[in-house]
Ligand binder design. Structure first.
Ligand SMILES: Nc1ncnc2c1ncn2[C@@H]1O[C@H](COP(=O)(O)OP(=O)(O)OP(=O)(O)O)[C@@H](O)[C@H]1O
Ligand SMILES: [Mg+2]
Length: 408
């Protein structure tokens, strides 16, 4: 197995997921429309890419990344452009965009997207989008559409630059999601759709009262690896890169990580490997593992990962509420848990006027997107590594609630 710590992985970089993949492919063959959920960096995009690789010849899998899309038109343009490598589909799709016909064979995919975007207007994207779906439905080979980062687009449609839901923005998001839903239903069994992204779709649509527009998608959750799978991945990587690690070292690494998010396992391996090479070690011991965890995993590289988490939080909550979310997470990291009382105390301190529904919304997002998990009446970090990262970044200047004087 080859290592990889950035981007999605397929083929000899893709480890395990045997049962999830089997079930996922069965759903696609059945024509089920899915909402693929899971924590950040769990391998959602990789599952889609690897599924497409395995379905080659049986299905046409269109990969549509909506990370950069800003409007419904952009989404339809991205979906149109995704047909580009499938001649029978592309021949029909390209006909509606003037400007594509003559010199399209000389154009890069980037240029094609620019022309497609320009050819769609606010007035006609739905009609053209419907036509596009009808082309997909008539394809000889069944079609699967994988919409990655669709929640980012919906979040943008809903909240704009200032993170505020207005009636007009809500209408836009509603129109887009309803258009998708109608086409999924119209072509049930002929076109199947999978939606996923690095932020959860459900809390976002719930914020806007639009949950009904996504209830045609069956939830499919990708869990963290179990301990044996994570250990197997470390063994396979160690053997590929001739790294002398023992079972005791593997155990020590897994204990530090806590929850086996594939990306965290990979980054840990990479850091141990790098330390072994750079320091010209002859053996790897439990103390090497401790050193790497403390100085590399929680060091600068860990913080790069963390700023990505923060950025996603800001995207969902906006600048203002992100501050409260950071406080809630910091309390959970520093004190080891966040109690209901503690959450209310922090929210009252932060929100003026205090609104319990906002606190509930934030906790809902932190729970849904895998930062915190609820155990009885308290929340704790789902992942030990993420808790340690968070603590090392935010505990400086943070006064835990147990040390504050509570108002009577
Ligand atoms: N099946 C796998 N085998 C090996 N490594 C994996 C696997 N799945 C994920 N990874 C690791 O996790 C990283 C992130 O994978 P991927 O981008 O697919 O996750 P994601 O859930 O889509 O992340 P995000 O939440 O950021 O969108 C990869 O670069 C790789 O290091
Ligand atoms: Mg992804």
């Amino acid at each position: 197995m080859k290592r990889a710590t950035s981007g999605w992985v397929t083929g000899d970089r893709f480890w395990n997921r045997t049962h999830e993949m089997e079930l996922f492919l069965d759903y696609l063959r059945d024509g089920t429309n899915l909402l693929l959920t899971g924590q950040r960096r769990i391998g959602k995009t990789s599952l889609l890419r690897e599924a497409a690789r395995r379905l080659d010849g049986e299905f046409i899998c269109l990969q549509v990344d909506l990370q950069g899309a800003e409007s419904s038109q952009d989404a339809v343009a991205e979906l149109s452009a995704a047909t580009h490598s499938y001649t029978p589909l592309w021949e029909r799709v390209k006909s509606w965009a003037s400007g594509l016909t003559e010199r399209v064979s000389e154009m890069s995919i980037h240029e094609i997207k620019v022309v497609l975007r320009a050819a769609l207007t606010e007035g006609d994207w739905r009609e053209k989008g419907d036509r596009l779906f009808s082309v997909l439905a008539e394809s000889k080979q069944p079609v699967a559409v994988f919409f990655d980062e669709l929640p980012i687009l919906v979040n943008r449609l809903l909240k704009g630059e200032d993170y505020t839901i207005t009636p007009q923005r809500r209408r836009q998001a509603d129109q887009f999601l309803s258009w998708l839903r109608q086409n999924c239903q119209r072509y049930q069994g002929r076109v199947r759709v999978v939606v996923t992204g690095s932020i959860g779709l459900e809390p976002i649509v719930r914020q806007a009262g639009l949950s009904a527009t996504v209830n045609h998608l069956k939830s499919f959750e990708l869990p963290p690896w179990d301990r044996e799978t994570a250990a197997g991945c470390l063994r396979a990587l160690a053997s590929e890169y001739a790294l002398p690690i023992t079972e005791a070292v593997i155990d020590a690494m897994l204990d530090e990580v806590g929850v086996f998010i594939p990306h965290h396992v990979q980054v840990f391996f990479e850091n141990v490997h790098e330390t072994y090479r750079l320091r010209k070690l002859t053996a790897i011991t439990a103390s090497t593992v401790k050193y790497v965890y403390k100085h590399k995993m929680l060091g600068a590289r860990g913080h790069a990962e963390l700023s990505h988490l923060e950025e996603r939080l800001k995207m969902v909550l906006g600048v203002h509420l992100q501050g409260l979310a950071i406080e809630l997470l910091t309390e959970a990291a520093v004190a080891g848990h966040l109690s209901g009382d503690g959450a209310v105390y922090l929210a009252k301190d932060y929100l003026d006027p205090y609104d319990p529904s906002i606190l509930r919304e934030i906790l809902d997002i932190l729970d849904h997107d895998g930062y915190l998990e609820r155990r009885g009446d308290r929340y704790t970090f789902a992942s030990k590594l993420q808790r340690d990262w968070w603590k090392s970044r935010f505990q400086f200047l943070y006064q835990p609630l147990s040390e504050r004087r509570r108002p009577r």
